[in-house]
Design a protein around this ligand. Structure first.
Ligand code: SAM
Ligand code: SF4
Length: 358
């Protein structure tokens, strides 16, 4: 089998100089609204840009990390989350890089658990998850875990992650998360033509066998090798027809209107479910409720933003909670209407997925 994306170019990670300050937002207290009228209540926080995998669609083997001194410290992450909470953020997701590599992860989860978010979740490649860690995170207040698993073929999985972690160990991690009560468990699979698209229906079998919500994600232009092109994208329609050829699906109605995914259960009543996330073929920007903060303290209103707002400077110049909240509110006001992937003028952002926080 050929994994065509692992022919890699040089490191493309470059630092962006942020615009001086975002414009002043017109906000309602305790609520984050952008200039297009969308309410933002979902914060994705990247707690590290480091990773022990090198997934072909995400991170080059020679990817250069940011210097540690540029990354936020524990107190800084906590201050940002507190400011977000005061502004009506109800969902907080820890991500990265690989968040389970963050040395003070338990302190972070414990503090966020006590803050009272409605939903505290974490996305992980699963390689460093076992029952004892999962149970500890649950006790500290983590609600849910999302795993990334793009292949149920052991060899292809190794080729896609460019890591030695075995498929069996990820399956054990998923089972451990179930036992620890960190469900419903989601599993993200990025589908790439001629890489793993032959496995679409097999991944649905995995959802049934392991009672997980399998989320098929269209490949996005956020890879550090900059190899993305439209021909790699397997559309939502094609994904659904490949699954439906093996299993009849029933749409799940009445879900979260801000959900990024189209959701289905199996018509025969089997365990597990399906989600399809289609930012390329069916953009969902008008319902977006998300905001991201990178590990080096940049507020990014959109995955595809070219502008990012430097909250680390506010933190390191003694900004109090009020100043942080005002800064976040102003940054949110600049959120663009849509990601523009399908425009002829689309330009891939400098930052890649692992440096943003997916
Ligand atoms: N390391 C963790 C993991 O892999 O779950 C968390 C960070 S990772 C950047 C978050 C999610 O982004 C993963 O589910 C991954 O599959 C997804 N992702 C990374 N690069 C992507 C790309 N180019 N297109 C679509 N999804 C991508
Ligand atoms: Fe690491 Fe996650 Fe990117 Fe894979 S997708 S390289 S596990 S950050």
């Amino acid at each position: 089998m050929t994994i065509s994306l692992n022919v890699l170019s040089e490191d493309t990670q470059q630092s962006q100089s942020p615009p001086a300050a975002p414009p002043i937002a017109r906000q309602q207290p305790g609520r984050l609204i952008d200039s297009h009228g969308r309410t933002i209540h979902d914060l994705r926080m990247s707690v590290t840009d480091r990773c022990n995998f090198r997934c072909v669609y995400c991170m080059d083997p020679n990817f250069r990390y940011m210097p540690k001194s540029e990354l936020l410290d524990l107190d800084e992450y906590i201050a940002v989350a507190r400011a977000g909470f005061s502004l009506g953020i109800t969902k907080l997701r820890l991500t990265g890089g690989e968040p389970t590599l963050y040395p003070q992860l338990d302190d972070l989860i414990g503090t966020f658990g006590r803050m009272g978010f409605d939903d505290l979740a974490m996305t992980t490649n699963g390689s460093l998850v076992d029952y004892s860690r999962a149970r500890q995170w649950k006790q500290l207040g983590l609600d849910r875990l999302t795993f990334s698993l793009d292949s149920v073929d052991p060899q292809r999985m190794r080729e896609m992650t460019r890591a030695q972690t075995s498929l069996d160990s990820i399956v054990r991690a998923i089972e451990a998360a179930h036992r620890a009560g960190l469900g419903p468990i989601k599993v993200n699979a990025v589908v790439i033509r001629d890489v793993n698209d032959v496995e679409v229906a097999d991944l649905a079998d995995f959802a049934r066998d392991h009672d997980v919500n399998m989320r098929y994600i269209e490949f996005m232009p956020l890879d550090s090798s900059r190899k993305w092109n439209r021909s790699h994208v397997v559309s939502a329609d094609e994904i659904l027809s490949r699954i439906s050829a093996r299993h009849e699906l029933t749409p799940i109605d009445g879900g979260d209107p801000h959900s990024t995914s189209m959701n289905f259960r199996f018509a025969d009543g089997a365990a597990g479910s399906i989600g399809v996330i289609a930012p390329v073929s069916r953009p969902f920007c008008s319902a977006c409720s998300r905001l991201r903060i990178t590990a080096d303290g940049k507020v990014r209103p959109c995955l595809f933003s070219h502008d990012e707002w430097d909250i680390r400077t506010v933190l390191r110049s003694g900004g109090d909670d009020e100043a942080l909240a005002a800064f976040i509110a102003d940054a949110v006001w600049t959120k663009q209407a849509g990601h523009g992937i399908n425009s002829s003028e689309f330009i891939q952002p400098q930052r890649t997925m692992s440096a943003i926080g997916g």
